[in-house]
Ligand binder design. Structure first.
Ligand code: SF4
Ligand code: SF4
Length: 206
């Protein structure tokens, strides 16, 4: 386990972009849209529990619509992830890719009181885990912390969405909901609002 660095080099075998479904957060989606102009209604898909494995039944990011559950993922086809450039065998949005893609296949280790202990490589994933490189563990930890905040925000947004009931509700509506709520949270007037305008409150605005 490396506290300063992790011995790893990606050899671009493509496994994590071809065989694994990427589940971005709304923060990831927003960054991709902002920097690439891609249309989230085109690159996102909403998957049912039958369509993927490895997500716990009680995961807080399941969207609930008309008695069915959905989770937001990046669309895939035979070449793999929507953003995979099959010719170049590379990620087409590499500089803006989801934080989970940047962390893969590293696994965080924390002490009992949550202190940072370092990273190792996940044993149970399909990455060949070549160890001929060195990745800065502190930089990885910063990504992990950002992703952790994004995940919390994601859960608030899903909770808000799941409480909404209206005729014709579709899982894709979640895209509009999170864009609108996150935009409202960034508006100075809302941010400087009355006491209680915290994340939860802001997520329930609008
Ligand atoms: S966003 Fe990029 S790095 Fe992530 S799975 Fe898709 S192609 Fe791979
Ligand atoms: S599975 Fe591992 S080596 Fe292959 S592209 Fe992904 S990170 Fe790189």
């Amino acid at each position: 386990m490396g506290k300063k660095s992790v011995c790893f080099r990606c050899h671009h075998c493509g496994h994590c972009c071809k065989d694994v479904v990427c589940l971005p957060t709304p923060g990831d989606v927003e960054r991709i849209v902002k920097h690439t102009g891609a249309n989230p209604f085109e690159f996102l898909v909403f998957l049912t529990p039958d369509e993927l494995t490895g997500v716990e039944k009680n995961d807080p990011t399941w969207l609930k619509v008309d008695g069915e559950k959905y989770i937001m993922g990046l669309k895939r086809d035979r070449k793999g992830c929507y953003f995979r450039d099959a010719k170049a065998k590379h990620c087409g949005v590499y500089a803006h890719r989801p934080l989970l893609c940047r962390l893969y296949p590293c696994k965080l280790h924390e002490g009992r009181s949550g202190e940072f202990r370092g990273f190792s490589l996940h044993e149970d994933v399909g990455c060949p885990r070549h160890r001929d490189g060195e990745v800065d563990a502190q930089a990885l930890y910063a990504i992990y912390q950002e992703d952790h905040l994004n995940q919390q925000d994601y859960q608030d947004l899903v909770e808000y969405f799941n409480q909404k009931e209206y005729p014709g509700k579709k899982p894709e509506d979640f895209i509009e909901v999170f864009i609108e709520v996150r935009r409202a949270k960034k508006t100075p007037a809302k941010r400087a609002g009355a006491p209680g305008t915290g994340r939860k409150k802001a997520a329930k605005a609008g």
